[in-house]
Ligand binder design. Structure first.
Ligand SMILES: *[C@@H]1O[C@H](CO)[C@@H](O)[C@H](O)[C@H]1NC(C)=O
Ligand SMILES: *[C@@H]1O[C@H](CO)[C@@H](O)[C@H](O)[C@H]1NC(C)=O
Ligand SMILES: *[C@@H]1O[C@H](CO)[C@@H](O)[C@H](O)[C@H]1NC(C)=O
Ligand SMILES: *[C@@H]1O[C@H](CO)[C@@H](O)[C@H](O)[C@H]1NC(C)=O
Ligand SMILES: *[C@@H]1O[C@H](CO)[C@@H](O)[C@H](O)[C@H]1NC(C)=O
Length: 513
């Protein structure tokens, strides 16, 4: 390991003895000192013998610099209490050497040719200030580095440490490096937290553990959660899915629950036995009427129910309440319809005192709905009583009760319309009669001939219907409702007749209009 010949060391030791160990004199000496004439040859010989020496790798060596570094090497070797200096220079020990440590650090030529023998550097508690002394990193072979108990600050050159592959013992504790978390797991495997006590640097155990946790458990867990969430949304609240993924007419129990604010009593419109009507608001804001039949229904029935609903959602006419969808569940089935502000025809008759003209106008519009159903949906039956047909706020009558499979025929429809017409003239409901519609028809038939005003609604009379109009209306109503007679007219003709009645009210000058 001899890098400097013995003769030369003699010269150096003389030099050291003559220079006092005061820092200033060393610097002065170094500046004034010049390599002896044969120094170049000595270095070249050394390199020939041992090419791995640091200064041998330099293609154009600065011999004056190398000379100065050999002097510092010798000096520092003794200063560090190595025995057999400089051949066995294994450690730089400047611990607690507040005066010398900064000075030696400032000799960058020394660090540049850092002797390969040095395995340990201890600069702890020696008043180092400022940035990390990167010159030390030239000693890339070291195994131990202690910089603890100093005032080092600034960025810590984490990357440069990868080249110190033999470094196993590092101490940076008690410094003021810029606060940063060491999440570099490679670095962290080499040095644990006791190397960084109060150094400003925090080995980020937690981040490492967190990353491992995320990779091992978090990610699969997330996938599972996402799948569960999607499943949850699909089955319970499909209204949260993008529009193109939603099934248009199918509602889930959770959707109805949300729409009615958990079936809140304030949203309950009517309850008749197991049949409930709720007013609700869908997620996108549409107001709906939800009709629920709370009954345990056999599976087969459900299939029928859904098939029926699939027909009903296709009905589109302005005088029919729009069916929006359905919901089938083990405990109930529900139909969701558009919400229309309004009242039933019989309430309208009782409270609003409509004129004959107004009644005919409504009847005409009801017929438009009937014509549509008869023409396009012969399998769909419907109710035409004053208690089932609604009148919207805008004055539009709305047929609201349908039955798929019941069917509608011209004859049946004309009969139903006849009863409705009679109900609207008499202001009576067939359900108030003992035998329903038959009794109503019978009652009208027996009474209108003796005294027509006995049959006509008193309030209608006051609005100025003429006896002729009343007579025509009643007779047409009876004609329609007469099941036994084989009438040959069609629904379109009924519509024409009602239209004519209506137009005649526009010509005749009733006092109310
Ligand atoms: C250096 O060695 C001498 C004797 O070998 C000893 O007295 C002295 O305390 C040592 N100094 C340090 C800093 O270890
Ligand atoms: C650091 O040096 C001071 C003197 O400057 C000394 O009092 C102290 O004990 C030293 N600390 C350690 C841990 O060696
Ligand atoms: C690290 O140590 C090994 C064996 O002790 C040595 O061969 C190698 O050159 C050293 N690495 C450096 C960069 O000094
Ligand atoms: C840190 O490493 C040193 C040796 O490198 C070991 O003695 C010490 O127990 C370790 N401390 C922790 C907290 O792992
Ligand atoms: C680093 O130095 C500090 C202070 O002297 C000490 O408490 C700590 O144990 C040392 N850590 C290691 C890894 O040597």
């Amino acid at each position: 390991m001899a890098s400097i010949p013995a003769t030369y060391l003699l010269y150096l030791s003389v030099l050291i003895t003559i220079s006092p160990t005061s820092s200033t004199s060393i610097i002065e000496d170094l500046n004034n000192i010049h390599p002896p004439p044969d120094f170049n040859t000595i270095i070249l010989n050394n390199c020939a013998k041992n090419p791995s020496l640091r200064y041998c790798n330099n293609p154009s060596p600065d011999f004056s610099e190398i000379f100065k570094s050999t002097i510092v090497t010798n000096h520092l070797c003794h200063e560090s209490n190595n025995t057999n200096c400089p051949d066995s220079f294994v450690k730089i020990d400047l611990q607690n050497r507040k005066k010398f440590a900064p000075l030696y650090l400032s000799f960058s030529f020394f660090w540049k040719y850092c002797p390969l023998t040095i395995l340990s550097i201890d600069l702890s508690n020696s008043s180092l200030k400022g940035d990390f002394p990167t010159d030390i990193l030239h000693c890339s072979q070291i195994q131990t580095l202690d910089l603890s108990l100093n005032g080092l600050s600034g960025e810590f050159p984490l990357e440069s440490f990868t080249q110190l592959i033999n470094l196993t013992c590092l101490n940076l504790s008690y410094n003021h490096f810029s606060e940063s978390k060491i999440s570099d797991t490679q670095f962290f495997k080499r040095f644990n937290s006791s190397s960084f006590v109060h150094s400003g640097l925090v080995p980020d155990y937690h981040e490492f553990q967190f990353k491992a946790f995320v990779l091992l458990f978090g990610f699969p867990l997330c996938v599972v959660l996402v799948v569960i969430c999607l499943g949850f949304i699909c089955f319970l609240r499909p209204d949260y899915l993008p529009l193109f993924l939603q099934s248009k007419y199918k509602f889930t129990p959770a959707m109805l629950k949300a729409a009615t604010d958990k079936y809140s009593p304030t949203n309950l419109v009517a309850k008749i036995g197991k049949f409930e009507i709720y007013r609700g608001t869908l997620r996108e804001g549409t107001e709906v009427r939800i009709e629920i039949y709370r009954e345990t229904i056999p599976r087969q029935e459900y299939k029928k129910f859904v098939a029926e609903c699939k027909v009903l959602v296709q009905l589109h006419q302005k005088n029919l309440v729009q069916v929006l969808g359905w919901c089938n569940h083990r405990g109930y089935k529900a139909v969701i319809l558009e919400w229309r502000e309004g009242k039933t025809i019989n309430l309208w008759l009782l409270n609003s005192l409509p004129t004959w003209k107004q009644r005919l106008k409504v009847l005409r519009k009801i017929l438009e709905g009937v014509l549509y159903l008869q023409e396009h949906w012969p399998e769909v039956g419907f109710d035409l009583t004053t208690s089932s047909v609604l009148l919207s706020k805008e004055g539009e009558p709305l047929i609201s009760r349908f039955r798929v499979g019941d069917g509608n025929s011209n004859k049946k429809n004309i009969y139903k319309f006849g009863v409705l017409l009679l109900e609207m003239i008499a202001n009576k409901q067939s359900k108030d009669f003992k035998q329903g519609e038959a009794s109503l028809i019978e009652w009208v038939k027996t009474h209108y001939q003796e005294n027509i005003w006995k049959v006509i609604d008193d309030r209608l009379r006051k609005t100025g219907i003429t006896p002729e109009q009343a007579d025509k209306g009643i007779r047409f109503g009876i004609m329609c409702a007469e099941v036994s007679t084989e009438h040959h007219f069609k629904m379109a003709q009924v519509y024409d007749i009602i239209t004519r009645f209506y137009e005649s009210t526009l010509i005749s000058r009733s006092p109310n209009h």
